[in-house]
Design a protein around this ligand. Structure first.
Ligand SMILES: Nc1nc2[nH]cc(C(=O)O)c2c(=O)[nH]1
Ligand code: SF4
Ligand SMILES: [Mg+2]
Length: 296
């Protein structure tokens, strides 16, 4: 593998954060090869992302605040739990959940967020994705939709256009309605609105965004995931779903917990009530397997 000297300078610290080896030029797949690449599951995408010379230039100049690229691992949560995949974790969040397991992406009181999530060239992130050799990539954060600007010419849009060989899934807190260009490029969204956390309700629960996620659920492109600590959280989920007309079949309830024991305890505690409400249950496979380890 040869170092690509065309890419913008990236510090050693930034490079160390990208788990896979940077430096590989992102392969430009011929149109026929792209068309033949099977989509592993889910609905077909409405557009066939295509890299153009201007996309390549943009990938070298545009940056995203990158916390980590990691994998191969398995999706630990939600409807795709157990699916082999890689992760891209971006910095910044618009909420401040007290039990957040990635505070280093947003909490400036406790972490040097700029050092944790340095601006990283889209081309370098795309290279790391290429090197993971997975067919599903999960975009998470923080809140990744903070980086989805109005048009696909933004850094996030360019990243998705540079990586047409993977199916992208997105983990979002559900506060921001997805722009059309993102819906066209993403195979699956998991929207995880927060109940019972310290942020005021008007920041956590945006009816316009919740309606957009509900409609995407009905189209088979999204699911809701709610983190619950106790029966009070579950009751809040139930009233929200009634208010927003969210079908229980599209809801996954996940026990809160940052250790295997805590996840198991909450899961055992809540399981009967989750079943009685008609919801799906998801555990946290990576926490059961590795406890509170980063990058798994
Ligand atoms: N294995 C694994 N699965 C996950 N599902 C959602 C995650 C997240 O941090 O958003 C996550 C994560 O960090 N690791
Ligand atoms: S929305 Fe997610 S990333 Fe943001 S604070 Fe809450 S748990 Fe953490
Ligand atoms: Mg996590």
């Amino acid at each position: 593998m040869t170092e690509n000297t065309d890419l913008p300078a990236v510090s050693d610290k930034q490079r160390a954060r990208i788990v896979a080896q940077p430096g590989l030029e992102v392969p430009l797949l011929p149109r026929q090869a792209r068309a033949a690449t099977p989509r592993p599951q889910g609905r077909p995408l409405r557009v066939d992302p295509c890299r153009t010379p201007s996309t390549t230039t943009a990938a070298r100049t545009l940056t995203l605040p990158l916390s980590e690229v990691f994998g191969p691992t398995w999706q630990g949560e939600g409807p795709y739990a157990g699916r082999r995949c890689g992760f891209v974790r971006l910095g910044e969040c618009n909420l401040t959940c007290e039990w957040c397991d990635t505070p280093y992406t947003w909490d400036r009181a406790r972490h040097d967020v700029t050092a944790e999530c340095p601006p990283t060239a889209v081309a370098d992130i795309a290279t790391a994705v290429t090197n993971l050799d997975v067919d599903v990539m999960v975009l998470s954060g923080g809140e990744p939709l903070l980086h989805a600007k109005r048009t696909p010419a933004c850094a996030l849009g360019v990243l998705l256009d540079c990586t047409p060989f993977v199916s992208w899934h997105v983990e979002t807190n559900g506060t921001i309605p997805p722009p059309d260009w993102l819906v066209e490029r993403v195979q699956h969204f998991t929207a995880s609105p927060k109940v019972g956390t310290r942020d005021p309700e008007h920041r956590r629960l945006n009816p316009r965004a919740l309606t957009a996620w509900r409609e995407l659920c009905d189209q088979g492109a999204a699911a809701f995931k709610f983190v619950c600590r106790d029966e009070a959280d579950l009751a809040s989920v139930h009233s929200l779903c009634a208010r927003m007309k969210i079908d229980a079949a599209h809801v996954w309830i996940m026990p809160e917990g940052r250790s295997a024991q805590a996840v198991l305890d909450a899961q055992r505690d809540l399981a009967p009530r989750i079943r009685d409400h008609g919801y799906n249950l998801t555990t946290r496979l990576h926490v059961l397997t590795y406890d509170d380890r980063r990058g798994v």
